[in-house]
Design a protein around this ligand. Structure first.
Ligand SMILES: Cc1ncc(COP(=O)(O)O)c(C=O)c1O
Length: 399
């Protein structure tokens, strides 16, 4: 049987290049040895120091560290008292954890489309979705781009809603000189292996005030009368993150330079463009997002991706629209005790979420956007090869 390519899975640069991410150095190796010999592999000094150091780095007073960002987002909603039947407004364009955390609290996700320029939640559409059950908005700095943060903070305040910032892609990014993580009531930054500040698995939670931070601390490790969890990070991961935090700015800068180089070489390319940041922001790239103007080509995006991969250019599609995910399109009650389904229907969803009208995410995710990983040590050879192949494709396949 012919093997189908999975266009959604991001692929690495070819082995022959210096494309690897992450690259570990002697410092990480020494840190691992030190932690091992300390005999303390969970919840110890490394975790505490990481919290302090990130707090200083990010100019965020209240920082806690957990096992991963999925846990972090869950704890964020739990700490904000989001519960059964509450509605949470969420972008439709992100990794599934951004919305599945809502289900974990038995609350109801209300998907909102994105705006096409920065791929951020469409603020114009949020207000139409707010009702008496609405408790929070989850906002994502998709692919390391912060946009419209001030407007969103104002909007949440106006309607007395909590704002949760999923800053998983954006450690080190800033908006009007304020770093990602400082806009919401709670923000979560992933340290999963592919991310810019990576330690295998881990996440940073930034809280707006002391009370929330205390609650996160209690919920993280069985410290509350409320249902609480084991969402601790290991000391090994925290130690690695501390080492890598020192390199974060330098590596973000390198990634930015690589993107600038690629963009300058492609500036006159007709039909393929890149996602550009909002004014007064500093984006951080772990992937570069391109737009394929399918109207200008004889072939569609899927064809383009297959073609580029056959030339060893590791492009892939971006996230599928979240409303298409199986979690939101079930014919059955997904788990006993999941009450969030009830407000929709007695037995089944009246309307599956895949039928929601979210045209911008659909068009961009399914027909236009593609991505390529941008590791900080990407070689000139790879950059040249990428540019050459994109130009060639345009030459051959433009209508
Ligand atoms: C936007 C976003 N939010 C949340 C997560 C979840 O992160 P983690 O793997 O640390 O649970 C990811 C992971 O890719 C993500 O991309």
């Amino acid at each position: 049987m012919k093997k189908e390519l999975n266009h959604w899975i991001s692929v690495a640069w070819p082995e022959w290049s210096d494309q690897k991410w992450p690259i570990f150095f002697k410092e990480e190796e020494n840190k691992i040895k030190k932690v091992l010999h300390s005999n303390q592999l969970y919840n110890g000094k490394e975790t505490e120091y990481l919290e302090k150091e990130f707090s200083k780095y990010n100019k965020s007073k209240y920082v806690k560290v957990v096992g991963n960002a999925t846990q972090g987002l869950h704890l964020a909603l739990a700490a904000l008292d989001i519960g059964a039947g509450d509605e949470v407004i969420v972008t439709n364009y992100s990794w599934i954890s951004t919305a599945s955390c809502i289900l974990m609290q038995n609350a109801i996700p209300v998907f909102v489309d994105v705006e096409p320029r920065y791929l951020s939640i469409d603020i114009e559409q949020i207000e139409k979705k707010i009702n008496s059950k609405t408790k929070a908005i989850i906002y994502v700095h998709l692919y390391g781009f912060i946009s419209n943060a001030s407007r969103l903070v104002r909007l949440a305040k106006k309607h007395n809603l909590k704002l949760v910032e999923d800053a998983s892609h954006a450690p080190g990014a800033s908006y009007k000189n304020k770093k990602a993580g400082n806009f919401g009531d709670i923000a979560v930054l992933s340290m999963q292996q592919r991310k810019n500040l990576c330690c295998g698995d881990g996440a940073i939670i930034v809280c707006k005030d002391k009370k929330l931070s205390k609650k996160i601390y209690q919920l993280r490790s069985f410290g509350s009368k409320e249902l609480s969890y084991n969402y601790r990070i290991s000391e090994l991961a925290a130690g690695i993150a501390r080492v890598r935090l020192k390199r974060l700015d330098k590596e973000n800068k390198k990634r930015n330079e690589i993107v600038k180089k690629i963009e300058s070489k492609l500036s006159k390319l007709d039909g393929i463009s890149t996602l550009k940041p909002m004014k007064n922001t500093y984006p951080v790239y772990y992937k570069l997002i391109f737009f394929y103007n399918y109207n200008k080509f004889k072939k569609n995006l899927d064809y383009f991706i297959k073609h580029m991969r056959s030339k060893q250019i590791p492009v892939s599609k971006t996230y599928p629209p979240m409303n298409l995910h199986a979690n939101f399109n079930l014919d059955y009650v997904p788990a006993k005790g999941v009450t969030w389904i009830k407000p929709f229907t007695k037995k089944k969803f009246p309307k599956k979420m895949k039928d929601l009208n979210l045209p911008v995410t659909n068009e961009i995710s399914l027909k236009k956007a593609f991505q390529i990983n941008i590791p900080p040590y990407l070689s000139e050879k790879n950059i040249t090869n990428l540019v050459k192949n994109l130009k060639k494709y345009v030459e051959i396949y433009k209508k």
